[in-house]
Design a protein around this ligand. Structure first.
Ligand code: SAH
Ligand code: SF4
Length: 366
């Protein structure tokens, strides 16, 4: 058979219509064969050619030459006692990144990474402390999903929800992330509902509008403070895209999509969760169709912050709910295996090599 590509592309980086077009243009196979192949990948979430039992041997051999079928390698797998499983993965390069499976009754979520490390240096975040190593490729993001599904097979579970809340800032790796999101949510590919795929961003505002145009997904925004001096202290990206700009973009996003936005708000003791900050948050929420998740800060060594007292969490929550903003408190799963939000990767820094020197995010190109 004719060679399809000179350097094989990853099969997992392609939309179904790209695969069928490439194959039809070069190989002239019967239609049902291409359909079988697409069903294996996108319906059965099967990534091993050897398991595709109804494809002829000769076709499998050609496919194996024409495309790159490799997925990230599982370096280790850590099971927590609370239904969380953390995967340490190695992709195209030596650095390690992480994905976390979160089992709940009736649903199974996967927290995926979009970058190794992160440029944005939020002061409370372990990934931010690492610095930035590289962007993950679409197939490395999709690969996290395929590997997780494989691990869940014996339990008769499948990933039902995906959250981009692992390592990295998804909108700082825009092209690769959008393609992965589209692969997850488009009919004919993995076909998850857009409500079940959430992109979480610290607020790279120009990309929020683009996302609304180019993909269907749910949007979560990590807010953590609603006045500029405090937010800039916690999240340096706020100096580049301050709250007023963020709010404007969120309003535009809602206008365009009609969808609710999730606001994530970490509660850090004596920092951002007094009544003053609750009032500021209510003001920020005005006019937005948002739901708020309150996340008590996950403490980790070497960081000066702490989780607030329960009474302070409750007071903050009540202030919001009395003003019409119900705000559930989300206690993170995965703490036992260092797999909770913002805790990814720190334990394996030694495997990552030296991070390049950091440019201030104010001067980054987004
Ligand atoms: N970069 C994106 C997505 C990855 S971070 C973002 O910032 O939204 C995923 C979530 O984990 C964010 O809401 C982030 O603020 C939160 N997080 C980071 N460190 C945390 C910590 N120590 N405790 C609780 N949540 C944390
Ligand atoms: Fe990056 Fe998100 Fe961590 Fe901030 S919270 S450093 S944006 S991963």
């Amino acid at each position: 058979m004719t060679q399809l590509n000179e350097t094989p592309q990853s099969i997992f980086s392609l939309y179904p219509d790209e695969i069928s077009q490439q194959i039809n243009d070069t190989w002239k196979l019967p239609k049902f064969r291409v359909k079988q192949l697409l069903e294996w990948i996108f319906t059965h979430r099967q990534h091993e050619l050897a398991q595709m039992s109804n494809l002829p041997k000769s076709l499998k051999a050609s496919l194996s030459e024409a495309y790159d079928w490799s997925l990230p390698e599982i370096v280790s797998k850590l099971d927590g006692s609370d239904g969380a499983t953390k995967l340490l993965l190695r992709g195209a390069k030596k650095q390690i990144f992480e994905a976390v499976i979160l089992r709940y009754e009736g649903r199974t979520s996967l927290c995926v990474s979009s970058q190794v490390g992160c440029k944005l240096a939020c002061s409370f975040c372990q990934t931010g402390k690492l610095g930035f190593f590289r962007n993950l490729r679409t197939e490395e993001i999709v690969g996290q999903f395929l590997l997780a599904n494989k691990i869940l097979e014996p339990e008769d579970r499948k990933i039902t929800h995906i959250v981009f809340m692992g390592m990295g800032e998804p909108l700082d790796n825009y092209e690769q992330v959008v393609k992965a999101v589209n692969l997850f949510t488009r009919a004919g590919s993995y076909g998850l509902s857009a409500r079940r795929v959430t992109v979480s961003t610290s607020g790279i505002t120009p990309k929020i509008a683009l996302l609304a145009e180019q993909a269907r997904a749910s949007l979560a925004v990590s807010l953590h403070a609603s006045r500029d001096d405090l937010r800039s202290e916690l999240m340096p990206i706020n100096r580049r895209f301050p709250l007023a700009v963020l709010k404007e973009q969120l309003l535009a996003y809602q206008e365009k999509t009609g969808e609710k936005i999730t606001i994530e708000y970490i509660l850090i003791r004596n920092k951002n969760c007094g009544i003053r900050e609750a009032k500021e948050l209510v003001k920020f929420l005005h006019g937005l169709k948002a739901k708020v998740n309150l996340i008590p800060f996950n403490a980790h060594p070497g960081m000066d912050y702490d989780r607030p007292e329960e009474a302070d969490i409750l007071a903050f929550q009540q202030h919001l709910s009395r003003r019409g903003y119900p705000a559930p408190v989300r206690y993170s799963k995965g703490l036992g295996v260092s797999a909770a939000c913002g805790q990814l990767a720190a334990k394996h820094q030694q495997n990552l090599g030296d991070a390049p020197k950091r440019k201030s995010v104010v001067n980054q190109d987004f």
